[in-house]
Design a protein around this ligand. Sequence first.
Ligand code: ATP
Ligand code: MG
Length: 414
Amino acid sequence: MLYNYILVRLGDLTLKGKNQNVFLRRLYNLINLKLTGLDIKIEYRHDRIYIDPKNEEIKNICERLDLVSGISSYSLVIKCSDDLNDIKENSLKLVKEVAKDGQTFKVDTKRANKSYPMLSLEVSQHVAGFVLSQIKCLKVDVHKPDLCLHIEIRDKNAYLFISSIRALGGFPVGVAGKGLLLMSGGIDSPVAGILAMRQGIDVECIHFESTPLTSIESAQKVIDLAKIMAKYTQNNEIKIHFVPFKEIHQALLQNIPESYMITIMRRMMYRIASKFAIKNEDLCLISGESVGQVASQTLGSMRTINDVTNLPVIRPLCTTDKVDIIAYAQKFKTFDISIRPFEDCCTVYVPKNPTTNPKIDKAELFEKMFDFAPLVEDAVNNIRTIKITPESNIDLSLLGLEVRDVLDEIKNKA
Ligand code: ATP
Ligand code: MG
């Protein structure tokens, strides 16, 4: 392999003072945790991390780095001595590998080591002159080159690289405190969860399950999505809190006018999630809602649904277009699981004409038509929690979920 080192750049260092130190400490710990078990050596500098792959495949290391929030980018580099001849030979090797006919070219040098006997510009000129003398098809363009060879000189070594790979960005997961994600089996909520983790929030999931009104496979989807989300957490583990929602779901179907069904179902979910979040010491709720996506996600609906909670509700996808949400889901590898065709409690028995502008007073009035409070209490008190790791193999029957044969139903519908 051409490259023998990895240079990692850290995320948002615009943070000042004490916050920056907290960020760095967290990030170093997180990187250590995520790379545990690999035969590598990590050197920490203030704003850079260098990884010596030793006997490990670079691909394996990169796959793990892609899961670490707080890393802004990384580059595969050639590390060599800071001897000019060595730099020249290795630069030639690297540029030969990537250059295409007719491309424009530039060398950019930085010296952390200010006692180095040549100025940065002199190094660039020497190396560029040498490379151009050996590869005739390149032309110089110092303003907008197609190809820029970067040379960093520090501690008796030189690090050569061409490109940077964008990493997850954001802040190290955990640095922002803990939040509770309302997690359905759809496309949006897992993406919202991963984006929240990327922003430093430690995420736990709450899922409202209505088996046997909904299928057991929809609960399995949530577990399979959580297995992917677990890879982004600090310790490769995420909690799912399963709320038994069947009784409430049935009461809603029997007592609430169709046009307000989803609004009030959502208000019930938010009530239960808030009560649980407060007990569980979560600082916020997180949801996959996106403005205007469906009737329950108009601003009017959000206002009426949000009215039942005092907790901040973080909606990472609030202004994100569905095409972009799908692109995230594909990047995070949750998409194929999310599109498995099993409904959850918001997609089963969908009302034909849901209101797009529900009013708080009307919702309150309808909620008085049945005594939901004891059911809400029961639901909160009977939440079952499981911990999921990427390797988890959960037997759903142990969770007490009731099975109905939806595969047959789906086949019959088709
Ligand atoms: P998603 O892909 O998240 O399901 P969606 O467009 O299908 O998105 P809705 O079904 O309208 O969205 O749900 C909006 C949000 O409400 C979800 O993103 C999720 O945060 C929350 N939610 C919906 N159903 C459930 C559920 N069964 N359990 C927990 N949260 C849910
Ligand atoms: Mg959904």
